[in-house]
Ligand binder design. Structure first.
Ligand SMILES: NC(=O)C1=CN([C@@H]2O[C@H](COP(=O)(O)OP(=O)(O)OC[C@H]3O[C@@H](n4cnc5c(N)ncnc54)[C@H](O)[C@@H]3O)[C@@H](O)[C@H]2O)C=CC1
Ligand SMILES: O=C([O-])C1=[NH+]CCC1
Length: 312
């Protein structure tokens, strides 16, 4: 119907989007995506417009899930910020359409959606790929994604120890003070990841911060930053010694510096593991290279809209 769009602010989206509802829907969407059937899912690789003057990019992320009839696009600006900058590194807006009329049904804040759906997909990767008895979680980075990853990983799994490192120690300390549970702050990445079963990299780095020689064999790494073909978070040793899983092969070979520059081979998409067409090599060292996909935003936006409608 051609009504004016609903506007949903960040606090409203926050109150409407919950991991327990989001994770199962993301699993279904990832599985459908990996069937590579355009009658099911249409999602072109993200278009990016460089904002050279500001060291950033505008990403356009449209997606259409045919059977669910979800048509959505996210518009996301992301930046490489200097240490000490107070400017945000990611800003996003999500538009949910009526696919028949073509009008916009809802305009939503995209930052909560981006933070939660990215963390939820990393949690799906960990559920599939982390060692069976995982006790130690290390988070590298202490920003928005660090917090959403902390929240969903501690909600979903039972780690005995959670560690954080950030390039500015005071940020890591502030992060540790802001969390519900106990988090220890570490001075160096090498010490922070020593013995860790699961490592989440959520930094704005464009050079490697995590080196293979420090990673325990069999550990699982969810690598979330470095979303440009010339940006890195992980070194060549780690990329080549690990089995590499991605959200989208097409996206990974176009956008991931860690994959492109290391020459690492992609073993599988998460959706292929969920579909049972590729194995989860849990006993090996695994990297899930996350880049973010339009379908993840689409599923999240639909859920937010449904929740909002049920209350209005
Ligand atoms: N894979 C995906 O779907 C998504 C990935 N991202 C990426 O995740 C990363 C984190 O995003 P946010 O938490 O929103 O950013 P943020 O700005 O809130 O936090 C970034 C963290 O990385 C640290 N950092 C920045 N530059 C660094 C460097 N050169 N070396 C080491 N640490 C550095 C900062 O001190 C901070 O702790 C970014 O690279 C962002 O582009 C963001 C959204 C979705
Ligand atoms: O999927 C996403 O929204 C993003 N990936 C990299 C920066 C933003």
């Amino acid at each position: 119907m051609d009504e004016p769009p609903v506007l949903l602010r960040q606090d409203e989206v926050e109150g409407l989007l919950h991991y327990k509802d989001l994770i199962p829907r993301l699993e279904v969407a990832l599985g459908k995506f990996s069937k590579m059937d355009s009658a099911e899912v249409i999602q072109p690789v993200r278009t990016t417009v460089p904002l050279q003057k500001y060291n950033g990019f505008l990403g356009l992320m449209p997606a259409y899930l045919v059977h669910e009839d979800i048509l959505c696009t996210k518009l996301v600006c992301f930046y490489k910020r200097e240490s000490g900058s107070t400017l945000p590194s990611t800003q996003a807006t999500v538009l949910l359409f009526d696919p028949e009329y073509g009008n916009v049904k809802a305009v939503m804040d995209g930052e909560v959606i981006t933070a939660k759906r990215t963390a939820a997909v990393s949690a799906i990767s960990a559920k599939l790929l982390m060692p069976a008895k995982s006790e130690v979680l290390t988070i590298l980075g202490a920003g928005h994604q660090a917090l959403s990853h902390y929240n969903v990983f501690t909600e979903t799994f039972s780690f005995k120890e959670v560690r954080v490192w950030s390039r500015r120690k005071e940020m890591a300390e502030r992060f540790a003070q802001s969390t519900q549970g106990h988090v220890t702050v570490w001075e160096s990445v090498e010490e922070a990841v020593n013995g860790a079963d699961v490592i989440v990299t959520v930094t704005g780095a464009s050079e490697p911060v995590l080196f293979g020689q420090w990673v325990k064999p069999g550990a699982h790494v969810a690598a979330v930053g470095a979303c440009r073909p010339d940006w890195r978070e992980l070194d060549d040793v780690l990329m080549r010694q690990a089995e590499v899983y991605v959200d989208s092969r097409e996206g990974a070979i176009a956008e991931s510096g860690d994959i492109i520059l290391s020459g690492a081979k992609v073993f599988a998409e998460l959706g292929e593991v969920l579909n049972g067409t590729r194995p989860a090599l849990r006993e090996k060292t695994t990297v899930f290279k996350s880049l973010g996909m339009g379908i993840q935003d689409a599923v999240s936006a639909k859920l937010v809209f449904e929740q909002w409608k049920s209350k209005h």
